[in-house]
Design a protein around this ligand. Structure first.
Ligand code: PMV
Length: 311
């Protein structure tokens, strides 16, 4: 039997502009995880259990685009193995909220299968397998979720001619993030489409926004790498102003942002696709609890406080 896990991820800075060639920064959330257990099965075939969502999947009969079945099939194919197995997955990561829940579950499955079958896979191989199933979830995934999660490392990423350039992001001093869910699923596909329409209408204006986001990302990277964490809150709030300008915010996001800032967070922004999903705050350690309490009182669907550690 083998048990393995994988972390969640969150975009700190740069979403949307990253689609147009600007850099973005994402970090793993080590405390929020998906887990997979793989064990041998007496009967024939492979059965996948996902009790969180009340699913039991018989691999033989599962559709080709069923993501859990697909990652098991792909991994066994890559490992050159065919066995009778029982796979069980569970996850603390809220789905459809920009935290990479699908990629984390898939990563945990790949790792547990490899461990159970006594094979070794590099982070790059894990990431590539998970990317294949990300296509089933998202159509045209960016590759960020599988990369940050497989390496479990903060990354700066730039998309150039369809390819993702990844560079490790060094975090000099750990910091706290408070993450509040609006209760509305993140609408990445819709907001990405709307930003594209606006760009097609007025490229100059939109590209000016993307460029401003790009410089905020560069400043944030410098602050993270030099331990100037006090600047991060202000940079988040500046990034949010630009996301508002892009039209990917929403009244629910604005309400949570106002609540967190009033409770003492140093800054905040939406994270991911927008119009729903999560809002993130940078908070000094002593502000984390008051910010969390205020967000819960204001009706956030879920509030997480997590320390982003040194890398
Ligand atoms: O919602 P998430 O965390 O999967 O992030 C979406 C990020 C976007 O920049 C809006 C889209 C993309 O493909 O990069």
């Amino acid at each position: 039997m083998a048990v393995e896990s994988a972390c969640a991820k969150i975009i700190l800075f740069g979403e949307h502009a990253v689609v147009y060639g600007q850099p973005a920064l994402a970090v793993p959330l080590a405390q929020l995880r998906a887990r997979a257990r793989v064990e041998s099965r007496a009967g024939a075939g492979i059965v996948i259990h996902a009790p969180d969502v009340g699913q039991v999947i018989d691999l033989e009969r599962a559709a080709g685009d069923e993501p859990l079945a697909a990652i098991v099939r792909l991994t066994l194919e890559a490992l050159g193995e065919q066995r009778s197995l029982e796979v069980t997955v569970e996850s603390d990561i809220p789905p459809a909220s920009g935290l990479g829940s699908g990629a984390a579950v898939a990563t945990a499955i790949v790792r547990a299968l490899a461990t159970h079958l006594r094979k070794r896979l590099t982070a790059e191989q894990v990431s590539a397998l998970v990317f294949e199933t990300e296509k089933l979830h998202h159509g045209t995934p960016s590759g960020v979720d599988n990369s940050v999660i497989a390496w479990e490392q903060p990354l700066r990423f730039v998309r150039r001619d369809g390819a993702l350039e990844l560079t490790p992001l060094r975090i000099a001093r750990s910091f706290w993030l408070v993450i509040a869910h609006t209760g509305i699923p993140g609408l990445t596909r819709e907001t990405v489409r709307d930003v594209r329409r606006a760009w097609e209408r007025d490229r100059m204006a939109q590209e000016a926004i993307f460029a401003r986001i790009g410089s905020i990302v560069d400043e944030a990277q410098y602050a993270l790498e030099s331990g100037e964490n006090a600047r991060l809150g202000g940079l988040m709030t500046r990034n949010q102003v630009e996301l508002e300008e892009l039209g990917v915010s929403s009244p629910e996001i604005r309400t949570l942002l106002a609540t967190g800032l009033q409770a003492g967070a140093a800054g905040g922004k939406l994270s991911g696709g927008g119009r729903g999903g999560n809002v993130i705050f940078f908070a000094e350690p002593e502000q984390v609890e008051p910010v969390r309490d205020a967000l819960e009182r204001a009706g956030a669907a879920q509030v997480l406080a997590t320390r982003v550690a040194l890398s």
